[in-house]
Design a protein around this ligand. Structure first.
Ligand code: 7TS
Length: 415
């Protein structure tokens, strides 16, 4: 049966045909992949770009004068330019390649910690952050004697903006604001720009964790006016082991390097080293060249489609799934903000999320269960974990209906 198109111009079949993994069977059933917030699947173009690098131009970048090295360097730098354009950064050298959001935020916390923090200072995060946007700041605060504060989360899973205001505007000690653009657990799209505008007025440096935003929103770093923006390639149809830290040029120039090694230096003597220009100051060692080239292709792939249509499609799946899941007795959705991406976390009375996830897997349906690396948020909602479904551009309304029916059946078995 053909999958139903939720919006007329949306070529769902054409999109699905580009993801080879969607032809796989799991426990003899067609794979239904609803764990896109953990990592998205990869279109054929990305897989091909990565393997073509190894098959035809494999060489180290920015090092050799030989032809392969030149070609590999050009392909990597073309990816940097594609990303610059995609996030509307002013300069390509403001795009730093990392291994993922985790590495990007660790770089940010180490660099900003050393540059800005001293005893008595404050760093503000929020209560819905992924551990990757909590622990690096805890480490930095501990090191420099600063205090970590968090914006509380409302019952609907949104920032309590009145308290956010007082943490930012009323505290002369707040030096850094580091918050997520989109919550991986709740799906909430946060009013990042609004908070950044307030922080800027107080000279606070702003860091955005965009891990969950990059595949679903139009990220425009100049419009957001943030100082640093972190994301992973693998959540945006790109390869694992790739990520980006965007940084405003003036700040990156001031920030000390994070890791030392080859290619991040200008000169080295046994007594002292000086740093390479941006972005290389922050890119020590051989990068994940194949992955970066794959990420560039993922970005081009997304841009070849109507991103607006993808977002609308995912939103319709979100609405359909929300409606369907709420018909299940004892099911509670955690995260009911007005502005959400296609992520639904839920808990069901008398059913452990792990058992539900296992039964759904038996039907070929991949969901994530557990705390989603957001333990403070789980505490806020009084649960040890949830079941989470997260959508991508290739998911269908039939898959959503199958998941709701399988959940209903599993609940009957487990109660
Ligand atoms: N920040 C957010 C908001 C995330 O969702 C994740 C990963 C990270 C940071 C870390 O990204 P990484 O690529 O460096 O691992 N989130 C998830 C998730 O929700 N399920 O698995 C990984």
């Amino acid at each position: 049966m053909k999958p139903a198109a939720l919006i007329p111009a949306y070529d769902i079949e054409g999109i699905r045909a580009q993801f080879p993994i969607l032809k796989e069977l799991v426990h003899g059933k067609p794979l239904v992949y609803f764990d896109n917030a953990a990592t998205s699947q990869k279109p054929r173009r990305v897989i091909k770009a990565e393997s073509a690098y190894y098959a035809t131009i494999n060489a180290n970048v920015h090092r050799g004068v030989h032809t392969l090295s030149t070609k590999a360097t050009e392909a990597q730098e073309a990816a940097r330019e594609a990303i610059r354009k995609h996030i509307n950064a002013k300069h390509a050298h403001e795009v730093i390649f990392t291994s993922g959001t985790t590495a990007s935020i660790n770089l940010a916390a180490a660099g900003l910690g050393q540059l800005l923090l001293k005893k008595g200072d404050e760093v503000v995060i929020s209560g819905m952050e992924h551990h990757s946007n909590i622990v690096p700041w805890q480490l930095a605060c501990e090191r420099y004697g600063a205090t970590l504060k968090a914006i509380p989360i409302s019952d609907s899973g949104e920032w309590d903006l009145s308290i956010a205001d007082s943490l930012i505007a009323d505290s002369p000690n707040c030096k850094i604001l580091a918050t997520s653009h989109v919550s991986n657990t709740l799906g909430t799209i946060n009013p990042a720009k609004q908070l950044i505008t307030k922080a800027k007025k107080r000279g606070i440096v702003t860091v955005v964790d965009g891990a969950q935003a990059i595949a679903h929103l139009n990220v425009n770093v100049q419009d957001l006016d943030c100082d640093l923006y972190a994301f992973s390639g693998h959540k945006a149809y790109g390869p694992t082991g790739t990520g980006v830290l965007y940084g405003r040029e003036v700040l990156l120039e001031r920030m000390p390097p994070w890791q030392g090694g080859g290619e991040m230096i200008d000169t080295v003597t046994l007594e002292k080293s000086t740093w390479a220009k941006l972005p290389f100051k922050f890119e020590a060692g051989t990068p994940h060249i194949a992955g970066i080239i794959g990420l560039g292709e993922a970005i081009r792939w997304m841009e070849d489609y109507d991103k607006e249509a993808m977002a609308t499609h995912e939103h319709l799946l979100l609405e359909h799934a929300t409606k369907g899941l709420l018909t299940i007795d004892g099911l509670r959705i955690i995260g009911t903000a007005k502005e959400k991406v296609g992520v639904i976390s839920f808990a069901i009375d008398g059913v452990h999320h792990y058992d539900l996830g296992t039964l759904l897997d038996q039907q070929g349906i991949a969901v994530r269960t557990g705390h989603h690396c957001t333990q403070p948020l789980m505490g806020r909602f009084g649960v040890s974990g949830t079941t989470r479904v997260s959508f991508a551009c290739f998911n269908t309304v039939e898959e959503v209906e199958g998941m709701v029916a399988a959940t209903r059946k599993a609940v009957k078995m487990l109660r």
